[in-house]
Design a protein around this ligand. Structure first.
Ligand SMILES: [Zn+2]
Length: 258
Protein backbone atom coordinates (compact mmCIF):
# COMPACT_ATOMS: atom_id res chain seq x y z
CA UNK A 1 0.00 0.00 0.00
CA UNK A 2 1.35 3.46 -0.91
CA UNK A 3 1.80 6.15 1.75
CA UNK A 4 -0.99 8.31 0.29
CA UNK A 5 -3.57 5.51 0.19
CA UNK A 6 -2.60 4.48 3.73
CA UNK A 7 -3.24 8.08 4.80
CA UNK A 8 -6.63 8.29 3.08
CA UNK A 9 -7.66 4.98 4.71
CA UNK A 10 -7.08 6.47 8.15
CA UNK A 11 -8.65 9.85 7.40
CA UNK A 12 -11.54 10.72 9.66
CA UNK A 13 -14.66 12.54 8.49
CA UNK A 14 -17.93 13.85 9.89
CA UNK A 15 -21.33 14.04 8.24
CA UNK A 16 -25.07 13.84 8.82
CA UNK A 17 -26.72 10.59 7.81
CA UNK A 18 -29.91 8.57 7.72
CA UNK A 19 -29.50 4.90 8.59
CA UNK A 20 -30.96 2.89 5.67
CA UNK A 21 -30.30 -0.67 6.86
CA UNK A 22 -27.98 -2.70 9.07
CA UNK A 23 -26.32 -6.09 8.87
CA UNK A 24 -24.82 -8.11 11.73
CA UNK A 25 -21.09 -8.69 11.60
CA UNK A 26 -19.29 -11.18 13.85
CA UNK A 27 -20.51 -11.53 17.44
CA UNK A 28 -21.11 -7.95 18.50
CA UNK A 29 -20.58 -5.64 15.50
CA UNK A 30 -22.89 -4.40 12.79
CA UNK A 31 -22.42 -2.85 9.34
CA UNK A 32 -24.48 0.32 9.04
CA UNK A 33 -25.52 1.43 5.53
CA UNK A 34 -26.19 5.18 5.55
CA UNK A 35 -27.32 7.89 3.14
CA UNK A 36 -25.15 10.88 4.06
CA UNK A 37 -25.51 14.57 3.24
CA UNK A 38 -22.00 15.03 1.77
CA UNK A 39 -20.52 11.57 1.12
CA UNK A 40 -23.30 9.68 -0.69
CA UNK A 41 -23.88 6.10 0.49
CA UNK A 42 -21.46 5.09 3.26
CA UNK A 43 -20.98 1.57 4.65
CA UNK A 44 -19.51 1.70 8.14
CA UNK A 45 -18.79 -0.75 10.97
CA UNK A 46 -20.19 0.04 14.41
CA UNK A 47 -17.98 -1.98 16.75
CA UNK A 48 -19.66 -3.58 19.77
CA UNK A 49 -23.04 -2.02 18.88
CA UNK A 50 -24.91 -5.24 19.81
CA UNK A 51 -23.54 -5.26 23.37
CA UNK A 52 -26.01 -3.90 25.93
CA UNK A 53 -23.25 -1.60 27.19
CA UNK A 54 -22.57 -0.12 23.71
CA UNK A 55 -21.81 3.58 23.65
CA UNK A 56 -23.88 3.83 20.44
CA UNK A 57 -27.09 2.64 22.12
CA UNK A 58 -30.05 2.56 19.71
CA UNK A 59 -28.77 5.50 17.69
CA UNK A 60 -27.82 3.38 14.66
CA UNK A 61 -31.20 1.76 13.99
CA UNK A 62 -32.83 2.12 10.53
CA UNK A 63 -34.54 5.52 9.87
CA UNK A 64 -32.51 7.40 12.55
CA UNK A 65 -31.09 10.78 11.48
CA UNK A 66 -27.66 11.19 13.10
CA UNK A 67 -24.46 13.19 13.06
CA UNK A 68 -21.46 10.85 13.05
CA UNK A 69 -17.67 10.75 12.90
CA UNK A 70 -15.88 7.88 11.19
CA UNK A 71 -12.46 6.93 9.89
CA UNK A 72 -11.53 5.09 6.72
CA UNK A 73 -13.10 5.05 3.25
CA UNK A 74 -16.76 5.20 2.17
CA UNK A 75 -16.80 1.50 1.24
CA UNK A 76 -16.08 0.41 4.82
CA UNK A 77 -15.48 3.10 7.41
CA UNK A 78 -15.41 2.64 11.20
CA UNK A 79 -17.81 4.76 13.23
CA UNK A 80 -16.27 6.50 16.24
CA UNK A 81 -19.06 8.83 17.43
CA UNK A 82 -22.81 9.21 16.88
CA UNK A 83 -25.27 11.87 18.03
CA UNK A 84 -29.03 11.54 17.37
CA UNK A 85 -30.55 14.46 15.47
CA UNK A 86 -34.03 13.01 14.83
CA UNK A 87 -35.25 9.75 16.38
CA UNK A 88 -37.59 8.59 13.58
CA UNK A 89 -37.09 4.84 14.27
CA UNK A 90 -39.63 4.40 17.11
CA UNK A 91 -42.55 6.40 15.63
CA UNK A 92 -42.07 4.72 12.23
CA UNK A 93 -41.80 1.18 13.67
CA UNK A 94 -44.98 1.73 15.76
CA UNK A 95 -47.19 1.28 12.66
CA UNK A 96 -46.59 -1.61 10.27
CA UNK A 97 -47.98 0.24 7.21
CA UNK A 98 -45.75 3.25 7.91
CA UNK A 99 -42.77 0.95 8.55
CA UNK A 100 -43.13 -0.89 5.21
CA UNK A 101 -43.37 2.38 3.27
CA UNK A 102 -40.27 3.70 5.08
CA UNK A 103 -38.39 0.50 4.15
CA UNK A 104 -39.29 0.93 0.45
CA UNK A 105 -38.24 4.62 0.54
CA UNK A 106 -34.86 3.72 2.11
CA UNK A 107 -34.20 1.04 -0.52
CA UNK A 108 -35.08 3.50 -3.30
CA UNK A 109 -32.74 6.10 -1.76
CA UNK A 110 -29.86 3.61 -1.63
CA UNK A 111 -30.18 2.78 -5.33
CA UNK A 112 -30.72 6.40 -6.47
CA UNK A 113 -27.81 7.85 -4.49
CA UNK A 114 -25.49 5.00 -5.49
CA UNK A 115 -26.22 5.74 -9.14
CA UNK A 116 -25.93 9.50 -8.88
CA UNK A 117 -23.60 10.66 -6.11
CA UNK A 118 -23.78 14.28 -7.31
CA UNK A 119 -27.43 14.59 -6.37
CA UNK A 120 -26.38 13.48 -2.85
CA UNK A 121 -27.37 16.42 -0.65
CA UNK A 122 -30.66 16.98 -2.51
CA UNK A 123 -31.50 13.28 -2.16
CA UNK A 124 -30.54 13.39 1.52
CA UNK A 125 -32.98 16.27 2.13
CA UNK A 126 -35.82 14.56 0.24
CA UNK A 127 -35.25 11.35 2.22
CA UNK A 128 -35.13 13.22 5.55
CA UNK A 129 -38.35 15.07 4.61
CA UNK A 130 -40.14 11.83 3.70
CA UNK A 131 -39.14 10.05 6.94
CA UNK A 132 -40.10 13.10 9.00
CA UNK A 133 -43.54 13.18 7.31
CA UNK A 134 -43.96 9.42 7.99
CA UNK A 135 -42.91 9.77 11.64
CA UNK A 136 -45.33 12.67 12.15
CA UNK A 137 -48.15 10.99 10.12
CA UNK A 138 -48.43 14.24 8.12
CA UNK A 139 -50.11 12.47 5.19
CA UNK A 140 -51.11 8.95 4.16
CA UNK A 141 -47.92 6.84 3.97
CA UNK A 142 -48.74 5.87 0.36
CA UNK A 143 -49.04 9.54 -0.69
CA UNK A 144 -45.67 10.21 0.96
CA UNK A 145 -44.17 7.30 -1.01
CA UNK A 146 -45.73 8.49 -4.30
CA UNK A 147 -44.49 12.05 -3.79
CA UNK A 148 -41.03 10.75 -2.79
CA UNK A 149 -40.80 8.69 -6.01
CA UNK A 150 -41.91 11.61 -8.22
CA UNK A 151 -39.42 14.02 -6.62
CA UNK A 152 -36.41 11.76 -6.08
CA UNK A 153 -36.49 10.30 -9.61
CA UNK A 154 -36.82 13.79 -11.08
CA UNK A 155 -33.81 14.90 -9.02
CA UNK A 156 -31.89 11.85 -10.27
CA UNK A 157 -32.44 13.12 -13.82
CA UNK A 158 -35.19 10.79 -15.04
CA UNK A 159 -37.67 13.64 -15.50
CA UNK A 160 -41.12 12.17 -14.98
CA UNK A 161 -43.50 13.90 -17.44
CA UNK A 162 -46.67 15.00 -15.60
CA UNK A 163 -48.06 18.20 -17.12
CA UNK A 164 -47.13 17.72 -20.81
CA UNK A 165 -46.67 14.70 -23.09
CA UNK A 166 -43.33 13.01 -22.35
CA UNK A 167 -42.67 12.57 -26.07
CA UNK A 168 -44.05 15.55 -28.04
CA UNK A 169 -44.62 18.03 -25.14
CA UNK A 170 -48.26 18.62 -26.13
CA UNK A 171 -50.45 19.70 -23.21
CA UNK A 172 -53.72 18.54 -24.82
CA UNK A 173 -55.48 15.18 -24.41
CA UNK A 174 -53.09 13.69 -21.86
CA UNK A 175 -54.88 10.34 -21.74
CA UNK A 176 -52.07 7.81 -21.27
CA UNK A 177 -49.20 7.01 -18.94
CA UNK A 178 -46.02 5.10 -19.75
CA UNK A 179 -43.75 3.64 -17.06
CA UNK A 180 -40.87 4.83 -19.24
CA UNK A 181 -41.56 8.59 -19.52
CA UNK A 182 -44.76 9.54 -17.65
CA UNK A 183 -47.92 11.07 -19.16
CA UNK A 184 -48.56 10.91 -22.91
CA UNK A 185 -50.96 12.65 -25.29
CA UNK A 186 -53.60 10.74 -27.25
CA UNK A 187 -51.43 10.46 -30.39
CA UNK A 188 -48.22 9.36 -28.69
CA UNK A 189 -50.07 7.02 -26.32
CA UNK A 190 -51.53 5.13 -29.25
CA UNK A 191 -48.39 5.26 -31.35
CA UNK A 192 -46.42 2.30 -29.89
CA UNK A 193 -43.47 4.65 -29.30
CA UNK A 194 -42.72 3.62 -25.70
CA UNK A 195 -43.47 0.59 -23.54
CA UNK A 196 -45.92 -0.14 -20.71
CA UNK A 197 -48.65 2.31 -21.74
CA UNK A 198 -51.93 2.49 -19.78
CA UNK A 199 -54.95 4.79 -20.20
CA UNK A 200 -55.44 7.35 -17.38
CA UNK A 201 -58.30 9.55 -16.17
CA UNK A 202 -58.44 13.29 -16.87
CA UNK A 203 -57.39 14.30 -13.33
CA UNK A 204 -54.24 12.15 -13.30
CA UNK A 205 -51.79 14.65 -14.90
CA UNK A 206 -52.76 17.40 -12.39
CA UNK A 207 -52.52 14.91 -9.51
CA UNK A 208 -49.06 13.64 -10.57
CA UNK A 209 -47.89 17.25 -11.07
CA UNK A 210 -48.97 18.05 -7.50
CA UNK A 211 -47.15 14.95 -6.14
CA UNK A 212 -43.97 16.03 -7.95
CA UNK A 213 -44.24 19.58 -6.60
CA UNK A 214 -45.08 18.45 -3.04
CA UNK A 215 -48.33 20.44 -3.38
CA UNK A 216 -50.22 18.59 -0.61
CA UNK A 217 -53.33 20.76 -0.83
CA UNK A 218 -53.98 19.69 -4.44
CA UNK A 219 -53.00 16.08 -3.66
CA UNK A 220 -55.59 16.11 -0.86
CA UNK A 221 -58.35 17.75 -2.93
CA UNK A 222 -57.98 15.53 -6.01
CA UNK A 223 -56.98 12.35 -4.15
CA UNK A 224 -60.02 12.08 -1.88
CA UNK A 225 -62.57 12.49 -4.67
CA UNK A 226 -62.03 9.13 -6.37
CA UNK A 227 -59.80 6.09 -6.72
CA UNK A 228 -57.31 8.45 -8.40
CA UNK A 229 -54.73 8.21 -5.61
CA UNK A 230 -54.73 4.39 -5.54
CA UNK A 231 -54.40 4.14 -9.34
CA UNK A 232 -51.67 6.80 -9.36
CA UNK A 233 -49.78 4.85 -6.66
CA UNK A 234 -49.65 1.89 -9.03
CA UNK A 235 -48.36 4.12 -11.85
CA UNK A 236 -45.61 5.55 -9.61
CA UNK A 237 -44.44 2.08 -8.53
CA UNK A 238 -44.34 0.90 -12.17
CA UNK A 239 -42.39 4.02 -13.09
CA UNK A 240 -39.89 3.51 -10.23
CA UNK A 241 -39.30 -0.16 -11.04
CA UNK A 242 -38.87 0.52 -14.74
CA UNK A 243 -35.95 2.87 -14.00
CA UNK A 244 -34.16 0.88 -11.29
CA UNK A 245 -31.33 -1.49 -12.10
CA UNK A 246 -32.35 -3.99 -9.43
CA UNK A 247 -35.90 -5.00 -8.45
CA UNK A 248 -36.98 -3.66 -5.06
CA UNK A 249 -36.70 -6.32 -2.32
CA UNK A 250 -38.88 -4.40 0.13
CA UNK A 251 -41.77 -4.23 -2.33
CA UNK A 252 -42.90 -7.73 -1.32
CA UNK A 253 -43.68 -6.50 2.21
CA UNK A 254 -45.51 -3.36 1.13
CA UNK A 255 -49.12 -3.68 2.25
CA UNK A 256 -51.53 -3.39 -0.62
CA UNK A 257 -53.84 -0.42 -0.26
CA UNK A 258 -57.52 -1.34 -0.45
ZN1 LIG B 1 -47.42 13.42 -27.51
Amino acid sequence: MSVSSALSMNKSFRDSAIVLRTQNLGETDRIIVMCTREHGIVHAVAKGVRRSSSKFGARLEPFMLVDFSASGGKKLATISQVVTRRAYAAPIAADYGVFTVAAVICELAEQLVQNDQEAGSGQFSLLAGALSALARRSHSPYRILDSYIARSFSLAGWGLATSACGICASVDDLNYFSAEVGVLCQNCGRGNLVQRVTPISGDTPAYLTALKAGDWETVGTLGTASSLSVKSSRLMMEYAQWHLERPLKTLAILEKES
